[in-house]
Design a protein. Structure first.
Length: 319
């Protein structure tokens, strides 16, 4: 018989629900999102999402919304181009390819909305490097196949790998940056809610380590001590890939981060997954202050017709 553990998740559940929904004619702005880091040997996907002003609910457009993208510095000879959020949709994605190391600032201005030009959480720059980590799901980068919604207390449901990549200086193509056993530092960041509980994430590669959460940052700082990295030994194959799994004993929206320095004091590889939700296994509904009678001789809780309070707890999976 399966056991369950209880976890109060009123705040987390309410916040997650609040992220969805329609616009209802409210004014809105554009939120820019991406993995945070890009590689000079491959394209990176950028997502624009329409959020209602004030409460940041995702909203759909009533008519096609043309958005002008401005890149600084220019990417591939393009400094400005247009994309369209289709009628009835709330987002649009596009790819950019930057072949030299640089931090690219992305601005977006539409017919009826624009992105905040403040370099905050909805206006992050993307940093392109010649080396880096990529998180993969079922052999696809998380830009195209994201880590999906997971269940609190249960090992992830997808096949996950971390890939170490560098740009070949002669051809410009991607190649493996690590091909042997290497220590990698792993962190997780709390996206929603933006602060973390004391519960840890179990990360398993060659062995299992416990990772403490890091509070949300507008632009994740891989060098900050507050980012709470934990060292994990990982085996990278000839293609630069290392398998891993994780189990999160909490709920909310989180993001994974990885970093490691190449041998012989080489450059530091960094990379981040997509932000994904970890939900409760289920909800446990109970009568508040019930003494839980187990037979007919125990004290009665309430008489028929008497009011009583109901409570709800989120439960984590525990096989």
């Amino acid at each position: 018989m399966m056991n369950v553990r209880f976890l109060l998740v009123f705040t987390s559940v309410l916040v997650i629900v609040a992220c969805g929904g329609g616009g209802g004619g409210a004014t809105y702005h554009i939120a820019i999102s991406h993995s945070g880091t890009g590689l000079t040997c491959e394209s990176s996907t950028i997502t624009l999402t329409l959020h209602e002003d004030g409460n940041h609910k995702v909203t759909e457009v009533d008519e096609n919304e043309t958005v002008t993208i401005t890149l600084q510095p220019s990417v591939g000879g393009n400094s400005s181009f247009n994309v369209t959020v289709p009628k009835g949709k709330s987002s649009v994605t596009f790819d950019i390819t930057q072949t030299t190391a640089a931090s690219v600032d992305i601005d977006a201005a539409g017919d009826n909305a624009s992105a905040p030009d403040d370099h905050g959480s909805e206006d992050p720059a993307i940093v392109f490097s010649d080396t880096g980590f990529r998180f993969y799901v079922n052999s696809s980068h998380t830009d195209s196949t994201p880590i999906s919604t997971q269940i609190g207390g249960k090992t992830n449901s997808q096949t996950l790998t971390l890939k170490a990549i560098e740009t070949n200086s002669d051809t410009g193509a991607c190649q493996a940056a690590l091909t042997s056993a290497t220590d990698v530092e792993i962190a997780y960041e709390c996206e929603n809610p933006t602060t973390c509980s004391s519960n840890q994430l179990s990360f398993t590669a060659n062995s299992t380590v416990q990772v403490t959460g890091s509070a949300n940052q507008a632009s994740f700082n891989f060098s900050s001590p507050s980012s709470n990295f934990t060292t994990v030994p990982m085996n990278f194959n000839g293609s630069g890939e290392a398998s891993f799994s994780f189990l999160f004993n909490d709920v909310g929206q989180i993001k994974l981060h990885a970093k490691s320095t190449l041998p012989s004091s080489g450059p530091t590889l960094t990379g981040s997954s997509n932000a994904f939700v970890v939900r409760p296994f289920g909800l446990y509904v109970y009568a508040v202050d019930d003494t839980l009678a187990v037979n007919g001789t125990d004290a009665a809780f309430k008489k028929v017709g008497e009011n009583f309070s109901i409570g709800v707890k989120g439960v984590l999976y525990n096989s």
